[in-house]
Design a protein around this ligand. Sequence first.
Ligand SMILES: Cc1cc2nc3c(=O)[nH]c(=O)nc-3n(C[C@H](O)[C@H](O)[C@H](O)COP(=O)(O)OP(=O)(O)OC[C@H]3O[C@@H](n4cnc5c(N)ncnc54)[C@H](O)[C@@H]3O)c2cc1C
Length: 407
Amino acid sequence: MTAAVTAHPADPHERLRSVVRDFARTWIAPHVTRLEQDQTVEHDLPRLIAAQGWIGATIDPAYGGMGAGHEAKTVIVEEISRVSAAMGAAAQASQLGLAKIIHFGTVEQQREWLPRIADGTVLPTIAVTEPGSGGHVLGMQATGRRKGRDYVLTGRKVFVGNSAIGDVHGVVVRTGKGSKGLTAFLVESGRTGLTVSPHRPALGLHGFSFGELVLDECRVPAANMIGEPGDGLAVAYSSSTLYGRPNLTAVALGLHQAIYDTTTEFARSRTRYGKPLAKLPTIRAKLGELRSHLLTARTLAYHAVRLLDAGRPCDDDLINAKHVTTELLQDSARTAMNIWAAAGLLTEHPVQRYVRDALHMFPPAGTGDIQLLRLGETASGVTHPQWSARFPGTAHTHPDVRSAPAA
Ligand SMILES: Cc1cc2nc3c(=O)[nH]c(=O)nc-3n(C[C@H](O)[C@H](O)[C@H](O)COP(=O)(O)OP(=O)(O)OC[C@H]3O[C@@H](n4cnc5c(N)ncnc54)[C@H](O)[C@@H]3O)c2cc1C
């Protein structure tokens, strides 16, 4: 056993952590080799994870959710990602997909979708990115045209987390000009005019689909609109800040822990010069660096979500945690590969998988450049809405529902 890096002196989610850890070892670990070899979309494991109720970590108990908050969500995603970052990515993508319904959904929409997301029967997604617009969200070109009581959506969305397995997609399209010209709609997976493009295998995260949705004159009722016309940018940014960033931070943390665990074990058990590799001064310094990076990442990750759960304005903490934990993870991945040397290149060892998976953490929920831009804006006195102030705490459902049982 490697020396543990504890989550917190008094981990309030110790029991949850242990349950998810056991689940991941028992139900996910046996499939990792298959996921790596097949490089196809995994349908069953994300549904099995969802059936545990874990997508509903932040859903109000009035809707059947755990009501446990963002810290609990981080624990869940971290522990799954420690075994399979691909399945951690799938879990977090569904949790990300429900944010807009919690933040902007009407009572009717919340009643319709949240109980089914909470019990794992419906997997939501959010589709913002397009071939011509990633970080430049306002550059999107997909359109929504009003036609009677419906909207007709046309365009392409790419890199959509859980694109191939999602049951209801939250699609942001252009309905007008400028920053107030984006609007979000729920598009059920069976809708005429919506197709999921064939899976394109990527460098890592094998089993996770983050692919393309094509909308070709896809008609949805106006009642499927999330928020008001023009709220699309707010839907995208609030989802990304309050769910996307901490969720990716959690995947990065699970991967980081896995790198630490396997590499310390390797350095202790491998013999060089008649003694454990870990006794070489250069290797020991590298192990110290791994531990330092992991401790820092863990502190940042949990500090940010605790602020969020406490209802404190913390957008910059969430942004910074995503940025720094991703950077530290990538540093650690490279350091670990150096410790493993040639052995690390063999696919029979997991460290090469961790390195490939780690490279997937940079783009989503804002690349490192975007995170630094946001932090730089704060430092320069540019004011933005604080999403964590607008949607404080964990339960953002309508007050009349919070006290009443779900319909
Ligand atoms: C694993 C994964 C999951 C994802 N999940 C989703 C999802 O669920 N839904 C969804 O809609 N999208 C998702 N994405 C897409 C993700 O949001 C985009 O990859 C991200 O927004 C960046 O867009 P891009 O890759 O097109 O890069 P671009 O935005 O084109 O950036 C290219 C380069 O330019 C830099 N750059 C861009 N803008 C600026 C700027 N203003 N100043 C300085 N530098 C800049 C970037 O840092 C980068 O280095 C996912 C991506 C991945 C890898």
